[in-house]
Design a protein around this ligand. Structure first.
Ligand code: AMP
Length: 137
């Protein structure tokens, strides 16, 4: 059982800010910015590609509500919504979760968003075509 399942089952403590029959949102214990909240489904799944669409929809709706609350009552100037899938993408806890991170002007945090480039428009088109293929099947 992973750590988030233990939170769902109340086997370990968490600071919960929202809960319904499908979803729990709680404070991330290692916040990127204070107020950083995690939204997880109660159903057992790892990657965003695992559960049925309705589970993902419900998660995103709760993430939207948390983001709105962060802007309203934490007075955040912006919000990052992030979601990691797989170790290669930085996922540490193998239970689907959405990070909702309040952002403030001059909060000092910077993502290491190192943009690359394609060798050519042909190369970009080849990647696009592979993705289109994946959408069909
Ligand atoms: P990720 O790297 O996307 O898997 O993110 C996992 C997140 O879970 C990290 O931001 C951790 O700080 C957070 N985390 C891990 N264990 C706990 C816990 N017991 N309570 C709250 N947050 C946790």
């Amino acid at each position: 059982m992973n750590i988030f399942e233990k939170i769902i089952n109340r086997e370990i403590p968490a600071t919960i800010v929202y809960e319904d029959e499908d979803t729990i949102a709680f404070m991330d214990m290692g916040p990127i910015i204070k107020g950083h909240t995690l939204v997880i489904p109660k159903t057992c799944c790892n990657l965003i590609t695992d559960p049925p669409d309705d589970v993902v929809c419900k998660l995103m709706i709760v993430a939207k509500r948390i983001a709105a609350a962060q802007m309203k009552t934490l007075e955040a100037d912006g919000v990052n919504i992030m979601q990691n899938n797989g170790k290669a993408a930085g996922q540490e806890v193998p239970h689907l979760h959405i990070h909702v991170i309040p952002r403030f002007k001059n909060d000092g945090h910077q993502w290491n968003w190192a943009a690359k480039s394609y060798d050519s428009s042909t190369e970009m088109e080849a990647f696009a075509e592979k993705i289109r293929e994946g959408l069909i099947t």
